[in-house]
Write a protein that binds this ligand. Structure first.
Ligand code: ARG
Length: 459
């Protein structure tokens, strides 16, 4: 491609070192789509005849078919997908192929291809996020009455409906969707026409290209346009955060599936056995996801590190943007899909959740609130219930088995109605403020999610 200036061939080692075709080949549909739009702009500017444009389009379509059928021979010596396609086109159709690169550089070409790729993938990821939300909603609706202890510091805190716990993840995933939609705005800007860095003396109709490729906007500074990878960094951040959310869910699932918790049973289809211990049923999907989250974070850090030292404008370092991007996108799609499949058919073991929520200490805060309603200042009530807890532990008498006299030894604000507080259903019903887990509120959350998820991810 640059044979004019050079006397010797590129060293084989340099070719191996610098090639990107082994991974950027997957940009081919976007490269072809972009080239067709560029050819249309060249024709409109009088650089190509209509017949030449048609030859180019035909050639590109043939190349696409060859790539898809596996016939196409990618050549490492041609470095990347852009030169592989251009060279194959010229071999096929001759002179018109050699005109295609007029007023275009690989710099604006790769920027365009990656934006088109990201735009398409963001839509798929949004759909997968939506499916996982639906799966969690299904799991919640399959176990409407299940109550679990809510934890802080991984110590039992207060009772919540299991559905409320799951809806917390629906909220997280919904913020991820919102971030994707926002990120898409900055992906969806058309860079072609920026040339190598300073546009071209052959002026093309960039708005026509944008329209053909369905971009609502075109970039406004040629130097920024070819060196900007902010949209990739943003997307990698969003995906790292999706991974972080999945990793937290993984940790919950791993705990819940343990003998110690026993709150859920995963299906055989989503667990693995041990090669040695015949009794094992391992939550590998969750562990793998927790593990892969390290890669997602690493990919973000990798790109930010690549970008931080770059002077304007294009530097070959930028070729390092693609592998982390492809890896994060492949990883997150699979993780979301496998999680959706696994969670939709998980079974809550209500015998075990009931046993765990029968722990009377889960209602210690409710007892303190009871005293507050009888006029005791909260700090004092907190201390009274703390002492009551110590007494319960020492004497081995759970709260519900204590008599009114026992209670009154700690505060004379206790009355005959104290035992009514010591009931999980009462405790849940009382939590009726906005966002709190009363059954009415949780049902409202579930119907809200049902409506929202039916409307789709909005991308
Ligand atoms: N493969 C290159 C990349 O991914 C394409 C752009 C090459 N541009 C250049 N001036 N060498 O960044």
């Amino acid at each position: 491609m640059w044979k004019g200036r050079f006397q010797t061939e590129t060293s084989n080692l340099v070719q191996r070192y610098g090639e990107s075709i082994s991974y950027d080949w997957r940009l081919y549909p976007y490269d072809i789509q972009g080239s067709m739009a560029h050819a249309a702009a060249l024709q409109a500017a009088g650089i190509l005849t209509k017949a030449e444009q048609r030859a180019i389009n035909r050639g590109l379509r043939d190349i696409q078919a060859e790539i898809e059928s596996g016939e196409f021979k990618f050549r490492m010596s041609l470095e990347d997908i852009h030169m592989n396609i251009e060279s194959a086109l010229t071999e096929k159709i001759g002179a018109p192929g050699a005109k295609l690169h007029t007023a275009r550089s690989r710099n604006d070409q790769v920027a365009l291809d990656v934006r088109l790729y990201c735009r398409a993938e963001v839509k798929k990821i949004a759909a997968s996020l939506n499916r996982l939300q639906s799966a969690l909603l299904t799991l919640a609706k399959n176990h409407p009455g299940a109550v679990v202890p809510g934890y802080t510091h991984l110590q039992r805190g207060q009772p919540v409906l299991f559905a409320h716990h799951l809806c917390a993840y629906l909220e997280m995933l919904d913020r991820d969707l919102e971030r994707l939609r926002d990120c898409q705005k900055r992906i969806n800007v058309m860079p072609l026409g920026s040339g190598a860095l300073a546009g071209s003396t052959i002026v093309l109709d960039r708005k026509l290209v944008a329209e053909m490729l369905d971009f609502p906007a075109v970039t406004q500074n040629s130097m920024d346009a070819i060196s900007d990878r902010d949209f990739i960094a943003e997307l990698l951040f969003v995906l790292a955060l999706v991974g972080t959310h999945l990793s937290r869910l993984s940790e919950d699932v791993i705990l819940w599936a343990s003998a110690e918790f026993g709150f859920i049973e995963l299906s055989d289809a989503h667990t693995t056995g041990s090669s040695l211990m015949p009794q094992k049923k391992n939550p590998d999907v969750a562990e793998i996801t927790r593990g892969k989250t390290g890669r997602l974070t690493g990919n973000l850090v990798s790109l930010l590190t690549t970008l931080k030292g770059l002077p304007m404008t294009y530097n070959r370092d930028l070729q390092e943007d693609k592998e982390p991007l492809f890896d994060s996108i492949d990883t997150i799609k699979l993780a979301l899909d496998v999680f959706a499949e696994m969670m939709a058919v998980a079974r809550v073991r209500t015998d075990r959740t009931r046993e765990a929520t029968s722990d009377p200490f889960l209602l210690a805060t409710d007892l303190a609130d009871y005293l507050v309603l009888k006029g005791v200042p909260f700090r004092q009530a907190h201390e009274v219930i703390g002492k009551l807890t110590a007494h319960s532990l020492e004497s081995g008498t759970p709260f519900p088995e204590m008599t009114l006299e026992d209670f009154r030894q700690f505060s004379d604000a206790f009355g005959a109605d104290v035992h009514q507080v010591l009931d999980v259903d009462t405790a849940l019903k009382a939590r009726k403020g906005i966002g709190a887990p009363s059954p009415t509120n949780v049902n409202r959350q579930l119907s809200r999610w049902e409506r929202r998820l039916k409307a789709g991810p909005g991308l």
